[in-house]
Design a protein around this ligand. Structure first.
Ligand SMILES: [Zn+2]
Length: 282
């Protein structure tokens, strides 16, 4: 019964926001964690045409020993999902730490989390385009989205706010595979309970390198708020979805959305952050 509640929520979200149809080829961005694993399992169960894609930031020197990847391979095999694996080491010639070091030597001090997020999104788009995916589904849950909304609100970054929502991005572009979030209305605790009951081989810890990030600070604040009001994150999302169409419209009207000249991802500058990092490390 509890299973059905979450599965129905996912199915309803996909339909209500028109995330994809059964004709679409969807790649699920998997990390070996509870959220993306649960998402892949539910989409497969609901009969969608999916496979999995994973981007390894090559944190560990011996990539094959990474527990998350091993877990993910096992899960995909058991669920008859094909897994496409890519890594920073193979694609850029460096590990995440190596990239951070090179950037530092050029006077750019960028946190691991920032580099990891930017380059993962970049590879995800590049590879899913090569694999001819119609959509990329990510495991973001309601609490992740509330964090992103709150974080960009605190930073006053309306442009980034306008790119959030169940479908990421603003305008359609041939070079950009839309990213969608079928777990948009699922609470983290629901996913944890689903994943534990199903005994998925997954890690429940958060990335150890994320501890000092700004997102983590915002996350902890929201956990505090939620102790006082359990609906805090739900309320943030409810409010955000009401104002999102207006924010998007405003940006489109002003023609303020521009795209990277190299990869055509939405970008404030002529060359996006990912392409700018890649040129520096090559
Ligand atoms: Zn770019």
């Amino acid at each position: 019964m509890a299973y059905e509640k979450i599965e129905n929520k996912v199915r309803d979200t996909i339909k209500k926001y028109n995330l994809f149809s059964k004709k679409d080829y969807v790649l699920v961005a998997c990390s070996g964690g509870k959220d993306s694993t649960t998402l892949a399992h539910i989409l497969k169960k609901l009969g969608y045409n999916i496979n999995a894609i994973t981007i390894n930031p090559s944190i560990k020197a011996r990539e094959s020993s990474s527990k998350n990847i091993e877990n993910l391979r096992k899960f995909c095999k058991e669920n008859e999902i094909r897994l496409y694996e890519y890594s920073f080491k193979e694609e850029f010639g460096h590990t995440l730490f190596g990239i951070n070091k090179i950037l530092k030597s050029k006077g750019i001090d960028m946190p691991y989390c920032t580099i990891c997020g930017i380059l993962k999104r970049y590879l995800l788009n590049k590879k899913s385009k090569e694999l001819k995916a119609d959509k990329v589904a990510t495991g973001h849950v309601l609490d992740d989205e509330a964090e992103s909304v709150f974080m960009n609100l605190l930073r006053g970054n309306i442009e980034l706010l306008s790119r959030l929502g169940p479908i990421s991005g603003v305008k359609k572009s041939k070079k950009f595979v839309p990213r969608v979030k079928p777990l948009y209305f699922c609470k983290e605790e629901e996913i944890i309970s689903y994943s534990k009951k199903k005994k998925f081989p997954v890690a429940y810890e958060r990335c150890p390198y994320a501890k000092s990030s700004y997102r983590e600070i915002v996350r902890n604040e929201l956990i505090d708020f939620q102790r006082k009001n359990k609906k805090t994150n739900e309320n943030i999302i409810k409010w955000f979805l009401q104002i999102l169409p207006d924010i998007k419209k405003e940006f489109e009207k002003q023609g303020e959305i521009s795209f990277c000249e190299i990869c055509e991802e939405p970008s404030k500058n002529k060359i996006c952050n990912a392409c700018s990092i890649i040129t520096k490390i090559r």
